[in-house]
Write a protein that binds this ligand. Structure first.
Ligand SMILES: NC(=O)c1ccc[n+]([C@@H]2O[C@H](COP(=O)([O-])OP(=O)(O)OC[C@H]3O[C@@H](n4cnc5c(N)ncnc54)[C@H](OP(=O)(O)O)[C@@H]3O)[C@@H](O)[C@H]2O)c1
Length: 244
């Protein structure tokens, strides 16, 4: 089966300054995807990816933007298009996961979690999908979590937002499938070398008895991006956490 050739396409990766984002960014560079690396506060990590891309002869930019701001997703797509061209590969990977007991989730935490984890991915996808459909090719890959299936350990604000991505992708995928555009999600659990891994996380709770690595998440992401026959799916990369 022929793999989709991603070289030369334009990518937009949010959360590029995080642990999973860095691994994903490196894979996109290796695949020759000309990528906008979006970040919130850690500019230095996104700039490092731009420098690595330049070394590899791949065009890239680092773009700041707070995903809690509803105007930012649209402006990110516009800035990416200006710098690199229309977006072919969208990976809304930025995530917000402050641990809270359900009794302690205040309105601000709830709203911020929905805004960053669910609204921003929707606004990004809403903005890029029509162009992908017009050009007959596109990839949208959301980054969910095993918490969407199990409830997880972070809190209801996080589990609900991530589960919302699943309904979102099922709605979108069928509308664009016949136009060469796939919409999927990957669902990791307990990934080391990320700022999001809770300090209380216990690897012995996973069947594989260890944390996952950002590279293992990036492996799955690239396989999904290269495959035009996988769409409308949530694929777990979770050490066997679900189902069990
Ligand atoms: N680590 C895990 O165990 C795990 C498990 C399941 C799912 N996930 C998902 O994997 C994705 C990547 O997270 P990670 O594990 O790589 O964690 P991470 O190292 O903490 O990275 C989080 C990323 O999200 C960005 N971000 C957070 N709030 C933002 C905001 N308001 N505006 C813009 N960007 C913002 C951060 O940007 P700055 O740092 O620049 O602010 C950073 O790049 C997330 O969607 C997360 O929910 C992670």
């Amino acid at each position: 089966m022929a793999e989709t050739e991603l070289a030369g396409s334009v990518g937009l990766l949010t959360g590029a300054s995080g642990g999973i984002g860095t691994a994903l960014g490196r894979r996109l560079i290796a695949a020759g995807v000309r990528t906008a690396f979006a970040y919130g506060t850690h500019a230095e990590h996104a700039e490092r990816l731009v420098a690595e891309a330049a070394k590899a002869g791949v065009e890239a930019v680092a773009l700041p933007g707070d995903m809690a701001d509803p105007t930012v997703p649209r402006s990110l797509v516009e800035r990416t298009t200006e710098a690199l061209g229309p977006v072919d590969v969208l990976i809304p990977n930025a995530g917000y996961a402050p641990p809270r007991h359900y009794t302690e989730v205040d309105l601000d935490t709830w709203d911020r979690s929905i805004a960053i984890n669910l609204r921003a991915p929707f606004l990004l996808a809403q903005r890029v999908l029509p162009g992908m459909v017009e050009r007959g090719f596109g990839r949208v890959l959301f980054v969910s979590s095993v918490a969407a299936f199990t409830g997880g350990v972070i809190g209801p604000h996080y589990a609900a937002a991530k589960a919302g991505l699943h309904g979102l992708l099922h709605h979108l995928a069928s509308r664009v499938a016949a136009d060469g555009v796939t919409v999927n999600a990957i669902a990791p659990a307990f990934i080391e070398d990320t700022r999001m891994l809770p300090s209380t996380a216990d690897p012995s709770k996973l069947p594989v008895a260890r944390f996952g690595r950002p590279d293992e998440v990036a492996d799955l992401a690239m396989a999904v991006l290269r495959n035009g026959f996988i769409t409308n799916q949530v694929l777990a990369v979770d050490g066997g956490a679900y189902p069990r």
